[in-house]
Design a protein around this ligand. Structure first.
Ligand code: SAM
Length: 245
């Protein structure tokens, strides 16, 4: 996967790329990062890339020409995304879809955003990380990039763990425990140290379904439960109503 990232703060993303599994994925050649400083495409002697808004009002806007020139200069642009609070809200399905591209280009906005002609003329899709506003597109871009990269074969050491993550099959993940077996008087569930893998799998499925019912009930409307899953969920709900958890 080749990521082209247009930003006025390449240092933010450069630091991110030197950490953890993103760094490893770069070293292994699973991803490539082409960081483009929009300021390098400014005609202004001071490399300014923002200006006041037409019609008056507060704030500055990233100008069209430097972004257009920067995009034109990229050889393998692929799908062009603008990170924006007005975009489609990111979810796991969208990450899966984006992970199928060979090249992706991200435009990170700043200030009040970008000149509308950038969105109308250059962008294929606007993506939001949620219904709130942060100060720039860099953090949203890193979230999208990290989410996509972990879906690429070889990026995460144990791909099974990715397959079991929340949302991969429409429900949330089950609870995880590690040593010590007892912490502050709280023991791990007995089944996990029983060595009986059939029971462990069943317990995990039940907890995953239960967690989804408890925390994100609306997700269950979009998953088709098998007879066995339905039974496990009913058991979970009955136990929850009886004892709470
Ligand atoms: N005036 C814009 C609006 O209300 O739609 C918000 C501009 S915001 C302060 C500056 C930049 O941060 C945006 O251009 C965008 O690139 C990025 N940004 C802010 N919130 C975002 C979100 N929820 N998702 C994706 N990008 C976001």
């Amino acid at each position: 996967m080749n990521y082209n990232i247009l930003t006025i703060f390449p240092g933010l993303i450069d630091t991110f790329s030197k950490t953890g599994f993103i760094k490893k994925s770069l070293n292994k050649g699973i991803i490539n990062l082409n960081l483009v400083n929009i300021r390098d495409y400014s005609d202004d002697i001071h490399h300014r890339v923002d200006d006041k808004v037409y019609g008056g009002g507060p704030g500055m806007i990233l100008k069209y020409p430097p972004i257009e020139k920067a995009i034109r200069d990229i050889k393998d642009k692929g799908h062009i995304l603008y990170l924006s609070p007005q975009g489609k809200i990111l979810n796991q399905k969208k990450l899966q879809e984006l992970s199928n591209y060979k090249d992706l280009t991200f435009i990170c906005g700043r200030y009040e955003g970008v000149d509308q002609r950038v969105i109308d003329e250059l962008v294929d899709e606007e993506i939001s990380i949620g219904d709130y506003v942060v100060s720039g597109g860099e953090i949203p871009c890193m979230a999208v990039m990290e989410g996509i990269t972990r879906l690429l074969p070889g990026a995460v050491d144990d791909f099974e763990s990715v397959k079991q993550d929340s949302f991969q099959d429409g429900i949330l993940d089950y609870p995880h425990y590690t040593r010590p077996e007892e912490a502050n008087g709280h023991k791990i569930p007995d089944v996990l140290s029983s060595g009986n893998h059939e029971n462990i799998d069943k317990w995990r499925k039940k907890q995953a379904l239960g967690a989804t019912w408890l925390k994100r009930r609306e997700l269950l409307k979009n998953v088709k439960l098998s007879e066995e899953d339905d039974k496990l969920l009913k058991e979970y709900i009955a136990e929850y109503k009886k004892h709470g958890y």
